[in-house]
Structure formats: structure tokens, C-alpha cells
Write a protein that binds this ligand. Structure first.
Ligand code: NAG
Length: 180
């Protein structure tokens, strides 16, 4: 799920950093994916009260720069299903370039050898096809923008090859004030 989540959480690409402590936390709510002939996310589940992401992701083809991806983000502040677009997005970029440009937003959540065997520590290009495990992954917001709207944050990532959409991943996370 690492890679997986990664792609959609990519969305959180606010450029502002700050030394102010963050006042929010995030947890997985749901995800939806298409295009299992390229990346199959169907064996990921959310477990427990804290919705840890767990399971395996199968990458069917080596993911090199013949693939490209883009991402957008949306917020539903009231939980009524009305999503508004946020300014955090990723313009269409070659796959490996996007992975490297935006990885810092996922770095805290995925640790090679601890909660995944996806090579997040080296991020090879291409990313080799294979089955990768993700075990008890929680969203860690280190490196995320200091200011974040509260509510249901949806990240939508699309994967393309030669201009054709070959898959998508939609992840919803709940952004809440840190419980005191
Ligand atoms: C969590 O994922 C790991 C790795 O795929 C798997 O071995 C384990 O059975 C899963 N745990 C549950 C409770 O599904």
C-alpha cells in the first residue's frame, strides 16, 4: 500500500513548511482503485479502530518513465459528500520524477523493512513489478503543510501510459484536530 497510498496522498503537496507544531492528524477512511492490470490494490484492508492499512499491492509491470501520473485533492468539510477542490495537486509528470518530487510527504509513513518491503528507501526507476507488503501503516503527517482544512480529504491519482489512463487510486483520509 505504500506505493499505493503514496500515489494518492501525493496530493498533499502544499509548499509551505513551518516550524509551528501541527494541530491535526489524519487516518485512512477508504480507498477505491481502477486499473488492476497495472497496479492491483485490492488486497489492502484497513484494520482496527485506527484504520491501519494492511495487505499487499501487486505491481504487474515495471513502472518506468513511460508511465506518468497526476493527482488532485478535494475536501468535504461537513461529511455530507460535497467535495471542493484544494490547491494541492501534482501536474502530469513522468512516473519516477513524480515519485521523487513528492516522496517527502509519505516518507514518515512508510519505512522499508518495518512496515513495507516496497523500496521506499531507494525508490528505484523503474519500480520493479512484484508483490509488496504493507503492514499496519498509519498516516504520519510529518512534512505535510502546517495549515490543513479539517474534514474528509480525498486524493485522486491517475496513472497514464502513452497518454492513456491505465489506472486510478482514490484515497479518503479524515483530517481532525489532534485529540487532547
Ligand atoms: C496484514 O498484512 C500482512 C502482509 O501482507 C499479512 O501477512 C497479514 O496476514 C495481514 N493481517 C491481517 C490481519 O489481515
Amino acid at each position: 500500500m505504500k506505493e499505493v497510498l503514496a500515489f494518492t496522498l501525493l496530493v498533499l503537496t502544499g509548499k509551505a513548511y513551518s516550524i509551528l507544531p501541527k494541530s491535526y492528524e489524519a487516518r485512512f477512511i477508504s480507498f477505491d482503485s481502477t486499473g488492476p492490470e497495472v497496479v492491483d490494490f485490492s488486497k489492502i484492508r484497513f484494520l482496527g479502530r485506527d484504520h491501519r492499512a494492511n495487505g499487499t499491492v501487486e505491481i504487474m509491470k515495471d513502472l518506468d518513465n513511460t508511465f506518468s501520473l497526476s493527482a488532485e485533492s478535494f475536501i468535504d468539510s461537513n461529511g455530507d459528500g460535497e467535495y471542493k477542490q484544494l490547491p494541492f495537486s501534482i501536474p502530469l509528470e513522468p512516473f519516477c520524477k513524480a515519485l521523487n518530487s513528492y516522496w517527502s510527504y509519505f516518507d514518515a509513513s512508510f519505512k522499508y523493512g518495518e512496515n513495507t518491503d516496497f523500496p521506499v528507501h531507494t525508490r528505484p526507476c523503474p519500480v520493479p513489478k512484484g508483490i509488496y507488503y504493507f503492514k499496519d501503516v498509519l498516516i504520519k503527517t510529518d512534512g505535510w503543510p502546517t495549515i490543513m482544512p479539517r474534514g474528509y480529504l480525498k486524493g485522486v491519482t491517475n496513472l497514464f501510459r502513452n497518454g492513456e489512463n491505465v489506472g486510478s487510486l482514490e484515497i479518503v483520509a479524515h483530517i481532525t484536530d489532534i485529540a487532547k
